[in-house]
Design a protein around this ligand. Structure first.
Ligand SMILES: C[S@@+](CC[C@H](N)C(=O)[O-])C[C@H]1O[C@@H](n2cnc3c(N)ncnc32)[C@H](O)[C@@H]1O
Length: 287
């Protein structure tokens, strides 16, 4: 997913927000930082920045001493109103990346992020992927119905779990209600099959394929028996707990869904199945 964000959506940049630090060093906060990949890139790219991460889990497998300006904090629960010992009104950028499915209360999270931003210059940046399968202007091909069903099941299961996977179509209003100004949105089309005349479209399709299908082409056994890529893991945790489905049933469903995304088979050029990704930026006004 990182390739899709940094190369596909941001075209090589680390973020969309144009940072305007008050003075001195930039203060950046990555919320729900996961592996810490983005934060490490940011710490390496910005010598003049302090990059802090918060997550329930620690960053592992990285020699953190190589990045003296990186400050990982865990466990920190971003649903709490206070985030560890961080100072409010102090960050130039607070990043909320790919958190759909982890947030029980978006208005509360945005209010907390707002508190930590520096008044006047601090900006929030949200990156979200909308899993809704689309194929406009043509209708979704009949072969994609299993994808539609999977998405309906996932929405239902994640709602039951209290952690909705669905992208919030009302994000602009949520940001306004939290107090943000200068709100802007970038909407990126992510196709499974790129247009042959458009290199960026073709690359985006590759990055999307890498994100959702991290197993060998047509290797059914790996997805059914071994592979637990993010797509399968997400489905597995929700469908086994909320619906009581067996692991084999979930893997079978995932395999069928992923088949519908393959070029030349059930996702031909005339039915270009795609998703949207969104990048929102907004500023905290002066007090
Ligand atoms: C979908 S991952 C996104 C990871 C990363 N931001 C990225 O772009 O790859 C969500 C991350 O949020 C973390 N997370 C989920 N709920 C959390 C919570 N309540 N407080 C802090 N971190 C949380 C998870 O541990 C995970 O690392």
């Amino acid at each position: 997913m990182h390739e899709l964000i940094e190369n596909g959506a941001l075209r090589g940049l680390l973020h969309e927000a144009r940072l305007r630090p008050r003075s001195g060093r930039l203060e950046i906060l990555d919320v729900g930082s996961g592996t810490g990949k983005w934060a490490i890139w940011a710490a390496a790219a910005y010598n003049d920045a302090e990059v802090t991460t918060i997550d329930l889990l620690p960053i592992t497998g990285v020699e953190l001493q190589m990045y003296p300006n990186l400050h990982p904090k865990s466990p920190v629960d971003f649903t709490e109103r206070s985030w560890a010992d961080l100072r409010v009104d102090s960050f130039d950028l607070v990043r909320l990346p790919l958190l759909c499915g982890c947030v029980p209360d978006w208005p509360a999270l945005l209010r907390t992020a707002f508190r930590y931003l520096s008044p006047g210059v601090g900006q929030i940046e949200m990156v979200e992927f909308d899993y809704t399968p689309r194929s406009a202007p043509k209708p979704l091909p009949i072969q994609s119905l299993v994808f539609v069903q999977w998405w309906e099941y996932l929405k239902e299961a994640s709602n039951r779990a209290g952690l909705p996977m669905e992208y919030r179509e009302d994000t602009e209003r949520l940001l306004e209600d939290a107090g943000f100004v200068d709100i802007s949105r970038k909407k990126i089309r992510c196709p499974y099959v790129g247009h042959p005349d458009d290199k960026h479209d073709l690359d985006t399709a590759d990055w999307l394929a890498n994100a959702v299908r991290s197993f060998e082409e047509d290797d059914q056994r790996r997805v059914l028996d071994e592979d637990m890529n993010a797509f399968v893991a997400l489905s597995m945790s929700h469908f086994t707990t909320q619906f009581g489905w067996s692991e084999q049933v979930v893997k079978r469903l995932c395999y069928d869904v992923l088949q519908t995304t393959r070029p030349q088979t059930t996702c031909p050029r005339e039915y270009p199945l795609y998703h949207y990704m969104y990048i929102w930026t907004a500023r905290k006004p002066m007090n």
